[in-house]
Design a protein around this ligand. Sequence first.
Ligand code: A2P
Length: 266
Amino acid sequence: AEAKPLQFPIPANVYAETVVSVKHYTDRLFSFRITRPQSLRFRSGEFVMIGLPNAEKPVYRAYSVASPSWDDEVEFFSIKVPDGPLTSELQKIVPGDTVLMRQKSTGTLVLDALTPGKRLFMISTGTGIAPFASLLRDPDTYERYEHVFLTHTCRDVAELTYGQELVANLESDPLIGELTHGRVTLYNSTTREESERMGRITALISSGKFYSDLGIDKLDPETDRIMICGSMHMLKDVKELAESLGFVEGSLNEPGSFVVERAFVG
Ligand code: A2P
C-alpha cells in the first residue's frame, strides 16, 4: 500500500509505518499489521508505544507486539473503545494509513525473566493474548520448553477467533511449523456467551476442571512456568493463584517461575 501524505511532522525517536492490513473480529476487537522498520529490535512478549499522526502531540498507548521478531511486518491485536483517546481513531485505520511507533520496546513478559522449566503456561484474557501470539511463533520458546499451554478467556465466542486462528496456523507455518508440532495446546473459554466451555480461568484452575479437561498434572513450580496477561483484576487474581501454588514472580534481574503484564486497555 502507498503511504498517504501527513499533516503533522513525525516526532523524534518515532517510526512512521504504513498499515498493511486490518482485520476486524468483533465490534470490540481488531488486529492490524504495519510495515517493519529496518532497525526495530524487540524481545518476543515486549510492548511498544503506538500512536496516530493526527495531532502535534500524538496520544500513545502501550501495545504488545503480537508478531514474532523474525517477521517482516509488525502485528498488533487491539480493543476498540468508543471514546478511547487512541482506539476510537485507531479502529478506523485502513491499508496505506500511517501509524506511529516509539522506537523503544520494553516489558516483563519475556522468556529471560523465567527460570528453565518443562511446561510453559500462557494465561490470557481478551487482548492479553497478543504477547503470546509473538512468543508462540518464537523458536526460542520451543528450545526452552517441551510443551506450551495457551489459555484464552473472553466474554463472547467470536472474541476467541484470534487465538483459534493463531494456534491453527502455527503448524502450517513454514518457519516454525515443524518445531511446534504437537507441542501447543489451546484452552479457551467464554464467560458471558454460552459455549462449550464456560468460566474464568481462575475458577477453571481452582475447581480442577482445567487439569481434568486437559488430562495433565497440577501446576507445579518445580517444572512449570507461567506468563500472565490480561486486565488489572485478572492479573491480581491469577497472580494470587500462582503464588498460592508456590510460584515466585520473576524479572530480568531476578528470573522466577511466573511473570505478569497488563494488557492494553483503552
Ligand atoms: P467476566 O465476563 O466474568 O468479567 P474483559 O473483556 O473485560 O477484559 O474480560 C475478558 C475476560 O476476562 C472475560 O471473560 C472476563 O470474565 C475475564 N475476567 C475479568 N476479570 C477477571 C478476573 N479477575 N479473573 C479472571 N478472569 C477475569
